[in-house]
Design a protein around this ligand. Structure first.
Ligand SMILES: Nc1ncnc2c1ncn2[C@@H]1O[C@H](COP(=O)(O)OP(=O)(O)OP(=O)(O)O)[C@@H](O)[C@H]1O
Ligand SMILES: [Mg+2]
Length: 349
């Protein structure tokens, strides 16, 4: 049994842009453009990045809601890049997803019991056992079993998301993809859902792909983090190291936007200001390094040459020319991005 449960290699998802009377394809939205990562069994990998960077598209491609236009996805040693409907049904007994909006994920005309019955029935759980399984599931997501008679409109946002989580774990999947599972909820409810997910992960030995733009959350949930920008991973590292010493100017800018909680943190905060300007359109990605239009360190080479992920300091990788010895001359006159890296010692609660 290999250590990694999921392997994503050079994943591409290009959406055609059609225009004119004949709806000719005039270009492509490169929503996901050469993304690779692994998730080991039992671990949590966080995927972070600004809106539109391609996070949900990756999730939906893994679970087969969208088909990849390039690259491959392997789950538990099997290629799942291009599955038939019946193969997808099988896959979804092992890979489940929880979406951002807890309301639209539930059928308003079904009670909780009816909703939770569907996957159990599909899995062949006999009718007589279903209610006790549903009661069990509700208890596991810390809801009163009486809630099974309620309709979605009779539940709070947090309760609805608990039902979505109960449905996702009801068939005992191995991988749970969580796409902004708490961002539609109040802060106090978010913390409870995160704690629940943490407990469930331990209890069921679950592997998580955790998508979020809430950086302070990442630190509490994920062993490793990948930072997305315009369809590409810009940096990959152990989460703790990413926070202590972000290597990519983009990650530094993202982290500098988190409020500091102590003088120490202030002292080591990345020197860069918040990100300026809008994220460019993925219909028309910048040449060279995709981040060069917003990067304070960008030089000529960044405008012209694409960047691979460079290994940095034995831990993590960053898609930045600064880490390429060949381009050392080009960055002679810019402040050393490595020393501008943050040391953020206090974990966020
Ligand atoms: N069906 C589609 N057709 C065309 N473009 C699409 C489609 N779905 C997504 N996109 C584009 O792909 C890019 C990536 O979108 P995606 O939803 O994956 O981003 P995201 O990182 O999840 O953003 P958010 O944080 O807002 O959820 C965006 O530019 C989006 O407009
Ligand atoms: Mg999204």
């Amino acid at each position: 049994m290999s250590e990694s449960l999921l392997e994503v290699r050079n994943l591409e998802k290009y959406f055609p842009i059609k225009s004119g009377l004949f709806q000719r394809t005039t270009g492509h939205v490169k929503a996901v453009d050469g993304v690779s990562f692994d998730i080991n069994r039992g671990e949590t990998l966080a995927l972070i990045g600004e809106s539109g960077s391609g996070k949900s598209t990756i999730a939906e491609t893994i679970i087969g809601l969208k088909s990849a236009t390039g690259g491959s996805i392997t789950f538990d040693g099997e290629d799942i890049t291009d599955l038939s409907e019946s193969e997808l049904e099988d896959l979804r007994t092992k890979v489940q997803m929880v979406f951002q909006d807890p309301t639209s994920s539930l059928n308003p005309r079904r009670t909780v019991e009816q909703t939770l019955e569907v996957p159990l029935k599909a899995r062949g759980v006999p009718r007589g056992e279903r209610v006790s399984r549903i009661v069990d599931l509700l208890e596991r997501v810390e809801l009163n079993p009486e809630h099974r008679h309620r309709y979605p409109h009779e539940l709070s946002g947090g309760q609805k998301q608990r039902i979505n989580i109960a449905r996702a774990i009801s068939i005992e999947p191995e991988l749970l993809i969580l796409d902004e599972p708490t961002s539609a909820l109040d802060v106090s409810v978010q913390a409870k859902i995160v704690r629940l997910l943490d407990d469930l992960q331990e209890e069921f030995d679950l592997t998580y792909l955790f998508i979020t733009h809430d950086l302070s959350l990442v630190r509490n949930v994920a062993e490793r983090t990948a930072v997305m920008y315009l369809g590409q991973i810009q940096e990959r590292a152990q989460t703790e190291q990413l926070f202590e010493q972000p290597h990519h100017p983009y990650t530094q800018a993202l982290l500098s936007a988190i409020p500091v909680t102590s003088d120490d943190e202030e002292a080591y905060k990345p020197q860069q200001d918040r990100l300026e300007g809008e994220i460019p359109s993925p219909e028309n990605v910048p040449t060279g390094c995709r981040f060069h239009t917003r990067c304070p360190y960008a030089t000529d080479v960044c405008e012209t040459d694409q960047v691979p992920l460079h290994a940095v300091d034995d831990h993590g990788e960053a898609r930045c020319h600064i880490y390429d010895p060949e381009h050392a001359d080009a960055f002679e006159n810019v402040p050393d991005v490595k020393t501008a890296a943050a040391v953020r010692s206090t974990p966020h609660e």
